[in-house]
Design a protein around this ligand. Structure first.
Ligand code: AP5
Length: 328
């Protein structure tokens, strides 16, 4: 089970992640906890991260990605994990995708915790946690009003308040969430793995909604449907090129059905032209055989011969006419 809990600061991600750990036996991977531990131990990462955390800004991606890479490589994360507070921007989400793609284990579900900001301010002002076991409490909680010490650890250590849970820093953290983390809602919706839950009300009820969101069938928006179609297409057996060539060769050796060869229209036209030219040539050669006569002279009498015939006819007519009488 590979899950991301997404939501504003104080929406209850840490509280619910601890419940998933108890139920499924997979580790909670909280970048906030890992960074706080690095700060406390004074490591190089911790020293670099402290200023950003104190001011409510995000810690640089390369630091967070370095920490996450190390943590997910540990054996207990092989069977799955609950990511709490990571990723927080699209660059981190892309890097996580790439990281999980190399091991062939993509994210299965992202659950968005929806809580209004007035409730968030109330929760963060009352949050306290155990420095030893990390259990989260709230002084406003009806079950533990004004709580000061851990009830889980046998030595009951005093609870502590996080330095970034003051009003000014909380305001900044919420602004950073809106600006940089909220776009991940569309990012994961597009992949069809996002589920939103109402994260207000009693903690047990929120847990029930969370479990429901984890088992509900995935949504099928376009991107997810396309990804599925692509996977199915690549899984389909491809046509064997050798078999294809064999079939082609077989088809070539098969005797073809007898049919009247159709004369091509172009060839037909060629024959016509040839016949015409032959006929013309014949006429010409005939004409050449009778000297002085050509094809054109036969069709039309020569204009000179015409006038000769006319003159002859005129003379004949004149001879037939009686001589004119002379008047005395
Ligand atoms: P981080 O520790 O991750 O803090 P966060 O995301 O701001 O979230 P919170 O831990 O404050 O809240 P939560 O949602 O876990 O709520 P919780 O369960 O405790 O990050 C701290 C800083 O580290 C960041 O500001 C940043 O600088 C840096 N950082 C961390 N990750 C980073 C990253 N990926 N990239 C860059 N920088 C990073 O609940 C809050 C309170 O509400 C508790 O008291 C709880 O008891 C109470 N509560 C819970 N549920 C309910 C309920 N249903 N009803 C009433 N009360 C409830």
């Amino acid at each position: 089970m590979r899950i991301v809990l997404l939501g504003a600061p104080g929406s209850g991600k840490g509280t619910q992640a601890q419940r998933l750990v108890a139920r499924f036996g997979i580790p909670q991977v909280s970048t906030g906890d890992l960074l706080r531990s690095a700060v406390q131990r004074g490591t190089e990462y911790g020293l670099k991260a402290k200023a950003a955390m104190d001011s409510g800004q995000l810690v640089a991606d390369e630091i967070v990605l370095g920490i996450i890479r190390e943590r997910l490589a540990q054996p207990d994360a092989a069977a799955g994990f609950v990511l709490d507070g990571f990723p927080r921007n699209t660059a981190q989400a892309d890097a996580l995708d790439a990281m999980l793609a190399t091991i062939g284990k993509p994210l299965e579900r992202v659950v968005l915790f929806e809580v209004d900001y007035v409730e968030i301010a109330r929760r963060l002002s009352g949050r306290r946690s155990c420095p030893k076991c990390g259990t989260i409490y709230n002084v406003h909680d009806a079950a533990t009003p004004g709580i000061t010490n851990c009830t889980r650890c046998t030595d009951h250590p005093a609870l502590v308040q996080r330095p970034d849970d003051n009003e000014a820093t909380v305001t900044r953290r919420l602004a950073v969430y809106d600006e940089q983390t909220r776009p991940l809602i569309g990012y994961y919706k597009g992949r069809g793995i996002l589920r939103g839950i109402d994260a207000q009300g009693p903690v047990d009820e929120v847990t029930d909604r969370l479990l429901g969101a984890l088992v509900s069938p995935p949504a099928q928006p376009l991107a997810a449907a396309l990804a599925r179609a692509k996977a199915e297409a690549s899984a389909r057996p491809k046509a064997n090129p050798r078999a294809k060539a064999k079939a082609k060769a077989k088809a070539a050796t098969r005797p073809k059905a007898k049919s009247k060869p159709k004369s091509k229209p172009k060839a037909k036209a060629k024959v016509k032209v040839k016949a015409k030219a032959k006929a013309k040539a014949k006429v010409k050669s005939k004409a050449r055989a009778k000297p002085g006569v050509n094809a054109r002279s036969r069709a039309k009498p020569k204009p000179k011969a015409k006038s000769k015939a006319k003159a002859k006819a005129k003379a004949k007519a004149k001879a037939r006419r009686p001589a004119p009488r002379r008047h005395r």
